[in-house]
Design a protein around this ligand. Sequence first.
Ligand code: T5A
Length: 216
Amino acid sequence: MPQTRGRFITVEGIEGAGKSTCLTFMRDRLIQAGRAVLVTREPGGTALGEELRALLLGHRQEGMGEDAELLLMFAARAEHLAQKILPALARGDDVLCDRFTDATYAYQGAGRGIARERIAAMENWVQKGLRPDLTLLLDLPVERGLERAGKRSTPDRFESETVRFFQLVRQGYLDLAEAEPDRIKRIDASQPLVEVERQLAQVIDAYPEYDKVEFG
Ligand code: T5A
């Protein structure tokens, strides 16, 4: 019998796109379909990852260089994969992750200007071929996203970036979606929540083979 694993599903988008809101909807939908689901996030998801998240998002290290930022993202990811994601997939659980490596291509790549090949080298090293099975890209104009995000709390280190930075990030995501249309599904996140949820349900419900994905 081939060993099987759960599905690795990620949610991406700029600040305020609605990722956290949509993750709850998606988790409930998967559970209703009879799946065991691990919900997690990046950077974070483990004790070390959450400490790195505090360093990356907080304002204590304002002058952090772009290479250090990239390496810290992948350090958190390596721990996350080893401690949580791979064990959950091996158990047969679906993993629903708020951001993953597409965020690195969008923020550190398109946003900060780090060459794609350098990110790809880290991706291959840390992930050893593992990539999300399905990615929901919540897309909306930058101004709308920042307006939604700004209603909540004090801006973190990324949220303090310029509109231009987020335009580059958004375009980076759209380029990824164009390059990988089978994996990355663009959702129009500018719509009212009920319409966004309708789009999400359509994608999730249509996704085949919940429990027969080969491992490794
Ligand atoms: N990062 C991360 C990198 O640079 N590289 C990497 O490799 C990784 C993994 C993480 C930061 O780290 C960076 C990117 C990020 O800057 P984060 O907290 O995970 O930070 O991400 P944020 O985008 O900051 O999370 P937010 O909470 O701001 O955005 P969400 O989760 O997209 O939005 P959400 O769900 O909290 O919604 C925001 C508001 O909008 C409302 C919600 O009720 C809420 O009030 N809303 C809607 N309103 C109207 N219509 C809709 N359709 C709505 N959907 C949500």
